[in-house]
Ligand binder design. Structure first.
Ligand SMILES: Nc1nc2c(c(=O)[nH]1)N[C@H]1C(S)=C(S)[C@@H](COP(=O)(O)OP(=O)(O)OC[C@H]3O[C@@H](n4cnc5c(=O)[nH]c(N)nc54)[C@H](O)[C@@H]3O)O[C@H]1N2
Ligand SMILES: Nc1nc2c(c(=O)[nH]1)N[C@H]1C(S)=C(S)[C@@H](COP(=O)(O)OP(=O)(O)OC[C@H]3O[C@@H](n4cnc5c(=O)[nH]c(N)nc54)[C@H](O)[C@@H]3O)O[C@H]1N2
Ligand SMILES: [Mo]
Length: 766
C-alpha cells in the first residue's frame, strides 16, 4: 500500500505573512517530490506565457498574458502534480483489486501518478485491465445505443476541459439527444450564473484586471485568494500599497487577507517585511452575508437621506439609479424596514463594524466587489449574489473604470465551458444555431444539473455517467447516497489524468480513458495543437503544452470525445468528427459559427494575450427583460430555517492550502497552522471552553438533518481558530457526507456546503 506522508500531526499557529520564503520553500518541496526539479523546472517558465500553456490551477487572469513569469506557489503545485514522473500503469492496477484501492485515502490514490492506458473494469478479477481505445469506444457506444431514452445518460464536465473539448462534448451529448449536463459549476458559481443575469443581464464579472489599478476600495466576500487564486495577491498588494482600502468579509481570519510578503519583491523578501492587505476585516457569522450586505446598503440609504436633508452631495448615484435601473424603491423599502439589531444578530457583527465598512464603500469613488464560495455555496446563494450587486448598483459601481462586480471562478476554464454550451438549460437561439450548423434537431427539454443527476441516479432513471474530468464521487454532496447511486449504474466512464475516487466507485461496466494534460504536447494530424480557455474576466487565450506526454497511449480530450461520438452515433448526424479533431482551428471555426461573439476566433487567439469576450454590462447595456439593471428585493436576512436544538453550530466546508478540490498535495494547511492531518474541526476558543473541548479533543460531527437521515463523520480533532462563536469549519471533501442533497439554493441548485447545521459529539479517547 502507498505510504502516507510522514510527519506527526501537529498544530502550530502560523505567525508569518502569507507568501514569503515559506511559499518558495513549499514550491521547491512540491517540485522535488514529483521529480520535477531534476528536469530543471523549465516547465514552469512556459506557464501563462504567450507561447506557453495556461496554468491548470485557478481562473484568475494574467497581466496581458504576456508579462514575465509570475510566481505562484499553488500554480506551481498544480503543474508539478500533472507533470509528475509517477505512473499509474496497468502493472500498478494489476497489483491491487478495486475493492482494495477503494480503501486507500484520496492522497494515496493521487500519489500513484498519471494514468497511462485506457482501462476497463473486469468484474471477474475485480481489477482494471488494459483495453484498446477502439474496444473501449466500441463497448461504451454499444451501451449508449442500447438506452431506451438518451436522458438516461449524465454528461458531467469539470472545469479544466478546454473550449474545444467542451464544445465537442456538448455537441456529442446533444446529437445523442440529451441536455443532461451536470457540471462542477453547479456546485460552485451557479448562484452567479443565475443571479447576475437577473441583476445585470450577464452572468460574468464586469471588471478587467486593470480595474484593480483604479479602484479606491476592494471588498472581498468569502474568498481566500492566498490559497485559491494566489496571483490575485499581486493586484491586492499593489492596490493596498497605493492606498486603496481593502475590506474582507470572512468568518475565518485568512492570513493572506491580513498580510502578504511578495516572493517576487527582493526588498520585502530580504527585510522580511510585508504589505498589510485588509484595512477592515469583518468576521461575519457563517451564513451571515445577506445581513452584512443589507447592513451596508442600509447605511448607504441612511447616509444618503442625511446628506440630502443637509443639502450635501448625495451618497447614492441617482443619475445611474434613475437612468439605468429598476426596482430601487422595493429594494430600499425592504431594507429600511429591516432593523439594525436584526442585522447585527444575523451577521454576528456589531452595527459599528458594518457602518465602518459602509463608510469605506461610500467614500470610494470606484469600488470593486469580489466574491467566492463563501457567498455562493449557501441556500440563499443567489440572493447573496444579487444583494452584492444591489450594493454595487447603488453607487453606479458597474461599467466604469475601477468599479464592478467580480465573481472569482474556480477551475481554470469553468467559465469557458459554460460559454461554449455546457449548460443543462440551453437558450433556444443557441440550440437553433447548433442545429443549423450541424444539421440535426437538438433536444429542447432542460436536462439535469448535479443535484438532479444524483436524484435521477438514485431513482434508477439515469443508467450511465460519463465524466469529462473531475471527481464527481468525492466532490458531490451527500457522499454515501451519491456513491451508492453511482454503483447502481450500468456504465461509468471517466476521462481523467489521475486515479481518483470516481474510478473506484463505479457502475457495472467501467472505463478509465486517460487524457493528455494541459502542459503536454498535443500532436494531431495537422501538427501540434493549441487549445483555448476563458479566464474569470472573460479573456480568451490559447494554451499549448510543452512537455512530452506522460504516456504514448494518451489521447487528447477532443480526440477522446470524438472517438466516443463516432462509436456511438456513427455518421448520423453527419458531423465530421475526425476532421474537427485533426486541426483544432476547425473546432474553433465551428464554435464561431454557433456563437457569433467568437467572431474572428482563430485570428484573435493568435494575438499575444488573446481577446476579451464583450461583457454588455461593462458597457452599461443591460440584457435583462426590462432593458435595465434590476435591483433585487428579498425579504429576510438569509438565515437558514431555525433549528430548535440547543448548541447547534453552522459548519462551513473549506479548502486547505495544500489541496486542489479533491486532489491533495499534502495533509497540511500551513497558513491555518495545521500540519500532517486533515480530520480537524476549527472552533473558536470561547466555543471550545463552553463545550469543555480541549485542543485535539476527538469529536464526531452530525448534521441536524430534516429528513431523519443520520449524517455523521467521526474522528475529527478540535483546533482552536479565529472563527466566530456558533460556527465551525472543516475540510472538504471529508465533510461531504454531512451535506444533504436537499440543502441547496432553490434558485440555482448550488449545494449549501458553506452552511450546514451540525452538532458536535465528543468521542471517547483522545
Ligand atoms: N490551490 C487551489 N486553488 C483553487 C482551488 C483549490 O482547491 N486549491 N479550487 C478552485 C475552485 S474550483 C474554486 S471554486 C475556487 C474556490 O476558491 P474560494 O472561493 O476562495 O473557496 P473556499 O476556499 O472554499 O472558500 C472561500 C472562503 O470563504 C470563507 N467562508 C466560509 N463560509 C463563509 C460564509 O458563510 N460567508 C463568508 N463571507 N465567507 C465564508 C472561507 O473562510 C474561505 O476563506 O478556487 C479555485 N482555485
Ligand atoms: N463540501 C464541499 N463540496 C464541494 C465544494 C466545497 O467547497 N465544499 N466545492 C465545489 C466546487 S467549487 C467544485 S468546482 C467541485 C469540484 O469538482 P470536480 O471538478 O469534479 O473535482 P476536482 O477535484 O477538481 O477533479 C479532480 C480530477 O480531475 C482529473 N483531472 C485533472 N486534470 C485534468 C485534465 O486536464 N483533464 C481531465 N479530463 N481530467 C483532469 C483528475 O483525474 C483529478 O482526479 O467540488 C465541489 N464540492
Ligand atoms: Mo469551483
Amino acid at each position: 500500500m502507498a505510504k502516507l506522508p510522514t510527519g506527526n500531526p501537529r498544530i502550530h499557529p502560523y505567525a508569518q505573512p502569507a507568501g514569503g520564503w515559506g511559499a518558495l520553500a513549499a514550491t521547491a518541496r512540491a517540485l522535488a517530490g514529483q521529480g520535477i526539479l531534476a528536469r530543471g523546472g523549465a516547465t514552469l517558465l512556459h506557464m501563462n506565457q504567450p507561447t506557453g500553456f495556461d496554468c491548470p490551477g485557478c481562473a484568475w487572469p494574467d497581466p496581458d498574458h504576456t508579462s514575465a513569469f509570475e510566481f505562484c506557489e499553488n500554480g506551481a503545485k498544480a503543474v508539478a502534480w500533472e507533470a509528475t514522473e509517477k505512473r499509474c500503469s496497468p502493472e500498478v492496477l494489476a497489483a491491487h483489486t478495486v475493492s482494495e484501492l477503494a480503501g486507500w485515502s484520496d492522497y494515496d490514490l493521487e500519489m500513484l501518478g498519471r494514468l497511462t492506458h485506457p482501462m476497463a473494469y473486469d468484474p471477474a478479477t475485480d481489477r482494471y485491465v488494459p483495453v484498446s481505445w477502439e474496444e473501449a469506444f466500441g463497448r461504451i457506444g454499444a451501451v449508449l445505443r442500447a438506452q431506451d431514452d438518451p436522458n438516461r445518460v449524465e454528461f458531467y464536465t469539470s472545469g479544466r476541459a478546454s473550449n474545444e473539448a467542451a464544445f465537442l462534448y456538448q455537441l456529442f451529448a446533444r446529437a445523442y439527444g440529451t441536455n443532461n449536463f451536470p457540471d462542477c459549476s453547479n456546485m460552485c458559481h451557479e448562484a452567479t450564473s443565475v443571479g447576475l443575469p437577473q441583476s445585470l443581464g450577464v452572468g460574468k464579472a464586469t471588471v478587467l484586471l486593470e480595474d484593480f489599478d483604479h479602484a479606491d476600495a476592494i471588498f472581498i466576500f468569502g474568498q481566500n485568494p492566498g490559497t485559491n487564486s494566489p496571483r490575485m495577491l499581486t493586484s491586492l498588494r499593489a492596490a493596498a500599497r497605493r492606498g486603496a482600502a481593502i475590506v474582507s468579509v470572512n468568518p475565518l481570519r485568512e492570513r493572506a487577507l491580513e498580510r502578504f510578503q511578495a516572493p517576487q519583491n527582493p526588498l520585502e523578501m530580504a527585510t522580511l517585511s510585508a504589505t498589510p492587505i485588509s484595512s477592515l476585516y469583518l468576521q461575519v457569522r457563517v451564513g451571515g452575508d445577506a445581513a452584512v450586505l443589507k447592513g451596508l446598503i442600509k447605511s448607504c440609504l441612511e447616509a444618503d437621506d442625511a446628506a440630502r436633508a443637509a443639502d450635501l452631495a448625495p451618497v447614492l448615484d441617482w443619475d445611474f439609479i434613475r437612468g439605468h435601473t429598476t426596482g430601487f424603491e422595493a429594494m430600499a423599502a425592504d431594507i429600511r424596514a429591516t432593523p439594525w439589531d436584526a442585522i447585527a444578530h444575523a451577521s454576528g457583527l456589531p452595527r459599528s463594524e458594518i457602518e465602518a465598512a459602509a463608510k469605506v464603500y461610500r467614500e470610494a469613488k470606484a469600488a470593486i466587489l469580489v466574491y467566492g464560495m463563501g457567498l455562493t455555496q449557501h441556500r440563499r446563494g443567489t440572493e447573496n449574489v444579487r444583494l452584492l450587486t444591489d450594493l454595487a448598483l447603488l453607487r453606479g459601481n458597474v461599467g466604469r473604470p475601477g468599479a464592478g462586480v467580480c465573481p472569482v471562478r474556480g477551475h481554470s476554464n469553468v467559465q469557458g465551458d459554460r460559454t461554449v454550451g455546457i449548460t443543462e438549460k440551453p437558450a433556444p437561439e443557441f440550440l437553433d444555431r447548433l442545429g443549423a450548423v450541424f444539421g440535426f434537431a437538438p433536444p429542447r427539454a432542460h436536462g439535469h444539473d448535479v443535484v438532479r443527476a444524483i436524484e435521477a441516479m438514485i431513482a434508477g432513471e439515469a443508467r450511465v455517467f460519463i465524466g469529462l474530468g473531475g471527481n464527481f464521487a468525492a466532490a458531490a454532496p451527500d457522499t454515501p447516497v451519491t456513491q451508492a447511486a453511482t454503483r447502481n449504474l450500468a456504465l461509468t466512464v471517466q476521462i481523467s489524468t489521475k486515479l481518483n475516487r470516481g474510478h473506484l466507485v463505479h457502475g457495472r461496466e467501467a472505463f478509465i480513458l486517460p487524457c493528455l494534460a494541459r502542459s503536454e504536447i498535443d500532436e494531431r494530424a495537422a501538427g501540434p495543437q493549441a487549445i483555448t480557455v476563458e479566464d474569470s474576466m472573460s479573456m480568451v487565450h490559447a494554451s499549448a503544452g510543452r512537455n512530452a506526454p506522460a504516456s504514448e497511449h494518451l489521447r487528447s480530450e477532443p480526440a477522446i470525445v470524438a472517438g466516443l461520438a463516432r462509436a456511438t452515433l456513427g455518421d448520423r448526424p453527419a458531423i465530421p468528427w475526425e476532421e474537427l479533431v485533426a486541426d483544432y482551428d476547425r473546432i474553433r471555426e465551428a464554435i464561431e459559427r454557433v456563437f457569433p461573439i467568437f467572431q474572428g476566433y482563430n485570428a484573435r487567439i493568435r494575438e499575444p494575450g488573446g481577446f476579451h469576450l464583450t461583457s454588455l454590462a461593462r458597457e452599461r447595456i443591460w440584457a435583462t427583460p426590462s432593458g435595465r439593471a434590476q435591483f433585487s428585493a428579498y425579504p429576510g436576512l438569509g438565515e437558514d430555517p431555525p433549528v430548535a436544538e440547543e448548541g447547534v453550530l453552522q459548519l462551513t466546508t473549506l479548502r486547505s492550502h495544500d489541496q486542489y478540490n479533491t486532489t491533495l498535495y499534502s495533509l497540511s494547511d500551513r497558513y491555518r497552522g495545521v500540519f500532517n492531518q486533515r480530520m480537524v474541526v476549527f472552533l473558536s476558543p470561547e466555543e471550545m471552553k463552553r463545550r469543555g473541548l480541549g485542543i485535539g479533543a476527538t469529536v464526531a460531527l452530525e448534521t441536524v438533518s430534516t429528513d431523519g437521515v443520520l449524517r455523521r463523520v467521526e474522528g475529527f480533532r478540535v483546533v482552536p481558530y479565529r472563527i466566530p462563536e456558533g460556527c465551525c469549519g472543516a475540510y472538504y471533501p471529508e465533510t461531504n457526507p454531512l451535506v444533504p442533497l436537499y440543502a441547496r439554493d432553490p434558485q440555482s441548485g448550488t449545494p449549501s456546503s458553506k452552511a450546514i447545521p451540525v452538532r458536535i459529539v465528543p468521542m471517547a479517547g483522545r
